[in-house]
Every structure is written in structure tokens, then in C-alpha cells.
Design a binder for this molecule. Structure first.
Ligand SMILES: [Zn+2]
Length: 288
């Protein structure tokens, strides 16, 4: 199982982030590659994959974030002023189905960093202007000196399981027929297991016991999230829907999930796309 947005081939090269001389050499490297973006959407090369520019195509006024090194070649993304919002544009959805997995991982990192910079232009402690440092992996306040670092928000995403069936739900914004695993942000003071049990109970009224970790993947939409996929043992199958969160929830069999993953004619529901962790989680569950 290779969850979406994982498998970047780039060496993150943390060692050069605080080394002004080494970083200066990377900025002056004519082999440097610059990620092509349209706003926050990726630009695709004609042969497929991400489009990279040469450093000669820059105007010189760009602020660059070091994504990492590949064969010694530095890969940067320019900081653009753009707000991706919580959800994906239709163009992104199409691009993601075409991007090789390792390119999606590079793109996800770049997008999350850009959104982080744009929402941390002012110091959270004193309100003054912050400036990029550490090769784009931090911002520093010009007034109080506080250093700010990119964060990732943990999200639990899970299947409740009861007598061989799994609980799926749909939000009203989903395309017709689409169902996915329930999900929600971890709250301060919660363990992964507690967040899984709380979210399932809040959204579907189902009480769960044991929780098993399955896998994780980054999710670069609406900031930087880490999706933590789990399966939880439900104590009963009576659903009490929170209609603010979900439009519908249902228990599905492994055969029904298999048919959805394979896009079979007559399937009961449409499965999430392969780059979403709910897809990997369902796939794990039907074969477990
Ligand atoms: Zn400050």
C-alpha cells in the first residue's frame, strides 16, 4: 500500500537550511529546478508529471523555498500569494489523477509550505511582520525575534467495523453516490484512539472499543494535514446521524467495498480516489 502524497524522491537536506554558505551555493546553482505553479495549482509538463523551470527564468525578486535535492540538484518553489481554501479546484482534481505518485508528494509539500507562509506573515506573539528564514522552513519575527516553524495538523480518518461490515458516510458536498471514511481533527489533549472513538460517536452515534492504526499520509488541502487511518471495533450497528456533519451513513460489506474500489457496474457507492487515504484504508480493510 502506497498512500497518496508519499514517496517524494527529494532529500529534504535539513543540513543546509541553517548553513548560509551552503544555501547560497544552492541558490547560485544553474542546475536548480523551480516548480511551475498556476496560483496554487500544479502546471503539468507535456510528457506528464510536474513542470519545472530553470533558475534563469526567474526575475530575481522571488522568495524561494528549498523543497530538497535530487542528484545534488536543488529543487525550489517560489512563494506565491494564493489562498487555496479548504477544498480542491476541479483543475487540481484532474491534475492529481495524472501525476506520478512521487510528483504528487513533491507538489503536496510545496503547496502546504506556501499556504503556511501565507498565513504566518505576521507574528502570532506580537503581531509584527515576519520574514522567511531556514531556506523557507521557518519565519522569524523582525520585532520580538520569535521563530515560527511549519506545523502539520493531525486528522483521524477511520472505519468502524461491526460483524464484517464497515461504516461509511457522505457529506452533502460530495459528488452524488460518493461515500468515504469518517474523519475529523484531533483536539488538544486527545490520543489518536480517543479522537477516533469521539468522532465516530459524534458523527454516527456509534460506540467503539479497540482502535487499530493502519497507515498515514499527508494531505495538502486546507493547510498541512496528516491523515491517520484507523479501524475501530464498534459495539453495535445502530446509527444516529449528526446531520450537520453527514448527509448519510451506512454499513457496507467487503464485497460492496470491493465493487466500489473496482468501479464495477451496479456498485452500491462510489469509492474515494486513489490519492485519498480513505481509498487505501478501504483497500486494506477488504483484504485484511
Ligand atoms: Zn513577534
Amino acid at each position: 500500500m502506497n498512500p497518496g502524497f508519499t514517496g517524494s524522491p527529494l532529500d529534504r537536506a535539513d543540513r543546509v537550511r541553517n548553513d548560509a554558505e551552503a544555501y547560497g551555493a544552492l541558490l547560485g546553482d544553474w542546475r536548480a529546478r523551480i516548480l511551475g505553479l498556476n496560483g496554487l495549482d500544479p502546471l503539468l509538463a507535456s510528457e506528464g508529471g510536474l513542470l519545472w523551470h530553470s533558475i534563469a527564468e526567474l526575475t530575481g525578486s522571488e522568495e524561494l523555498i528549498l523543497l530538497g535535492l535530487s542528484d545534488g540538484k536543488p529543487h525550489f518553489v517560489p512563494l506565491v500569494e494564493a489562498d487555496g481554501g479548504m477544498f480542491r479546484s476541479p483543475a487540481i482534481w484532474r491534475a492529481l489523477t495524472m501525476l506520478p505518485a512521487e510528483d504528487a508528494a513533491i507538489y503536496g509539500t510545496a503547496r502546504s509550505l506556501i499556504e503556511w507562509h501565507n498565513s504566518h506573515r505576521f507574528c502570532g506573539k506580537c503581531g509584527s511582520v515576519t520574514e522567511m528564514f531556514r531556506a523557507g522552513w521557518g519565519r522569524k519575527c523582525g520585532n520580538c525575534g520569535k521563530e515560527h516553524f511549519p506545523r502539520t495538523d493531525p486528522v483521524v480518518i477511520m472505519l468502524a467495523e461491526y460483524e464484517g461490515r464497515a461504516l461509511l458516510g457522505r457529506q452533502s458536498r460530495f459528488p452524488p453516490g460518493n461515500y468515504s471514511a469518517l474523519a475529523g481533527f484531533l483536539e488538544p489533549g486527545e490520543s489518536i484512539e480517543e479522537a477516533v472513538r469521539r468522532e465516530i460517536h459524534e458523527e454516527a452515534g456509534v460506540t467503539c472499543g479497540a482502535v487499530r492504526y493502519v497507515t498515514s499520509q499527508p494531505w495538502p488541502f486546507g493547510g498541512a494535514q496528516l491523515m491517520i487511518a484507523c479501524v475501530a471495533d464498534a459495539k453495535d450497528d445502530a446509527i444516529t446521524l449528526d446531520t450537520d456533519e453527514l448527509e448519510d451513513a451506512m454499513w457496507v460489506t467487503k464485497e460492496e467495498a470491493q465493487a466500489a474500489l473496482a468501479n464495477e457496474e451496479g456498485r452500491r457507492f462510489n469509492a474515494p480516489p486513489p490519492f485519498a487515504i480513505a481509498h487505501s484504508l478501504l483497500k486494506h480493510w477488504v483484504t485484511a
